[in-house]
Write a protein that binds this ligand. Structure first.
Ligand SMILES: [Ca+2]
Ligand SMILES: [Ca+2]
Length: 130
């Protein structure tokens, strides 16, 4: 009578598992660092504006015009000039922020289908990156 051979269970290599995990950790670390830098820079700008405002009433109107009520990256003054809604980060509702449309995509922030009449600007951007 034969004795069945003891077969080793095949497990995924612990090295490759650790490697993937390491990459994952690195990606998260980079993302967190990016966010921290972004918010630190933003806080510094706010602090500078606050300092400028103290004891100087001439600076105040300038500061007010730099206000970004909907935090979409365009100041209320820029939104007034462009005709976008200063209370809506995405005026035309196409899932792209007003500032993205104006500064990088060069699409119309008031027209959700300004790049291609058959696609929303968001879909158009996704198509370009494919
Ligand atoms: Ca804004
Ligand atoms: Ca938009």
């Amino acid at each position: 009578m034969e004795t069945p051979m003891q077969s080793q269970p095949i497990s995924p290599s612990p090295l490759s598992k650790n490697f993937v995990f390491g990459i994952l950790i690195a990606a998260v670390a980079i993302a967190v660092t990016g966010l921290v830098v972004f918010f630190a820079t933003r806080d510094r700008n706010t602090a500078t504006q606050a300092t400028a405002q103290t004891g100087n009433s001439v600076v105040a109107p300038l500061i007010a015009s730099e206000k970004d009520s909907d935090t979409d990256g365009l100041t209320d003054a820029e939104e007034a000039k462009l005709g976008t809604d200063p209370a809506k980060p995405d005026t035309d509702g196409d899932r792209l922020l007003d500032a993205e449309e104006v500064r990088s995509i060069k699409s119309d922030p008031k027209n959700p289908k300004s790049k291609d009449p058959t696609l929303t600007d968001y879909e158009w951007v996704r198509k370009q990156s494919r």
